[in-house]
Design a protein around this ligand. Structure first.
Ligand code: LMR
Length: 396
């Protein structure tokens, strides 16, 4: 039965974790996956999460099945966070939100739903994009193409190219847009450019699918989520996948959501009923713990404030490490101006290094980034940065 099955390549991101774990180099540094590590190189367990977990443990609950769409209080908290409790769409009940298994889970529920709705639609992702976008939408049955986004030659956005490609897309095309902290490039379009993109998307009757996995890592929760409000203001129907993996440092809990903005409350109820079929036939219903923690933090004023403060500290530390990386590379002898690292935003730096250089970094120095040249700045600290800079300098 399985004799014709071929060995698949490693996952371009998570596959690096496997390789890293097996690496015996004592100096190894994992800048591959998008995970924040603190100044001591430790994966943080946020204070707000610990407080919520303590509260949950103080009155332990049995673990029955959750509803297919997840914890009601969680879904509601996600709506308020992403769209605002005062927004018309929220108040009018026009949003269908389901708890998902991380941001990836939210994307997949949305992809499966859209594929049933419009099987002939194409999907456009940015060039480059998070590697899993292409794989995920392809697995859902879509033909996936790209819109221009980044010009490697000039190390800047190709905004004209982006607009032109979106303008050329057929009505109904699903356009995957990074709401903030573009992965992998770290270059976001400006609010004024978003207005232009939204105009084109609306005029072309495209279907926007926002991926918001890094809310809070650019400038703050409200600032980074502002693009959602821009889409709401147009009256368009759209989808948003959100994740708490990074912002709550709850990677392994797989806490995320999919929200679908609909034209009316009645439509939202119908959409929700269809999303539930996608979930039921995939994994039935989500797990209990992560969603309960996040709901508790978001709904409690004190814990919510603590979360925003802790998230802010992560954001600030990443920015400081960007600066240190630029200085460190210069000190290590890199002649090229690496100042672009501080204009990039979010967890990643798109270094411009070639695949060969990234492979050398991995094999000779135990410094792991993706083949595309992406490095996770959020995993740098004062103890590993000199080694990382020296290693990069040697391959450049
Ligand atoms: C990443 O891009 O490294 C993260 O989003 C983790 C993942 O699932 O790929």
């Amino acid at each position: 039965l399985f004799s014709a099955v071929e060995m698949a390549p490693r996952d371009p991101i998570l596959g690096l974790n496997e390789q890293f774990a097996a690496d015996t180099n004592p100096n190894k540094v994992n800048l591959g996956v998008g995970v924040y590590f603190d100044e001591n190189g430790k994966l943080p367990l946020l204070q707000c999460v610990q407080a919520a977990e303590k509260a949950l443990m103080d009155s332990p609950k049995p673990r029955g099945y959750l509803p297919i769409d997840g914890i009601a209080a969680y879904d509601n908290a996600v709506k308020k966070l992403v769209f605002g409790a005062e927004s018309d769409v929220y108040k009018a009940g026009r949003i269908a939100t389901v708890q998902g298994l991380g941001g990836t889970g939210g994307l997949k529920i949305g992809a499966d739903f859209l594929r049933h709705l419009n099987p002939n639609a194409k999907v456009l992702i940015s060039d480059p994009s998070w590697e899993n976008h292409r794989a995920l939408f392809t697995q859902a049955g879509f033909k996936v193409e790209t819109y221009r986004y980044y010009n490697a030659g000039t190390r800047s956005l190709d905004f004209d190219g982006m607009l032109a490609d979106l303008k050329a897309a057929a009505p109904g095309t699903v356009v995957v847009l990074h709401a903030c902290c573009h992965n992998p490039t770290g270059y976001d379009i400006t609010p004024a450019q978003w207005d232009q993109v939204i105009e084109v998307v609306k005029a072309g009757q495209l279907t926007p699918f926002l991926d918001m996995a890094y809310q809070g890592f650019a400038n703050g929760i409200a600032e980074d989520g502002a693009v959602v409000g821009k889409f709401v203001a147009t009256g368009m129907d759209f989808l948003v996948s959100t994740s708490f993996s990074k912002s709550f440092s709850l990677y392994g809990e797989r806490v995320g959501a999919l929200s679908v903005v609909c034209a009316s409350k009645e439509e939202a109820a119908k959409v929700l009923s269809q999303l539930k079929i996608m979930i039921r036939t995939n994994y039935s219903n989500p797990p209990t713990h992560g969603g309960a923690v996040v709901a508790l933090v978001l709904e409690d004023d004190k814990l919510r404030a603590q979360w925003e403060q802790e998230l802010g500290a992560m954001r600030t530390r990443i920015k400081a490490m960007r600066q240190k990386l630029v200085e460190g590379l210069k000190a290590a002898g890199v002649k090229q101006d690496m100042g672009f690292i501080t204009t990039q935003i979010g967890m990643f730096s798109y270094s411009g290094l070639s695949k060969d250089q990234m492979v050398r970094l991995r094999n000779e120095f135990g410094v792991y980034g993706t083949d595309s040249g992406r490095m996770c700045v959020a995993a740098l600290n004062d103890k590993n940065i000199d080694y990382v800079c020296a290693s990069i300098a040697k391959v450049m």
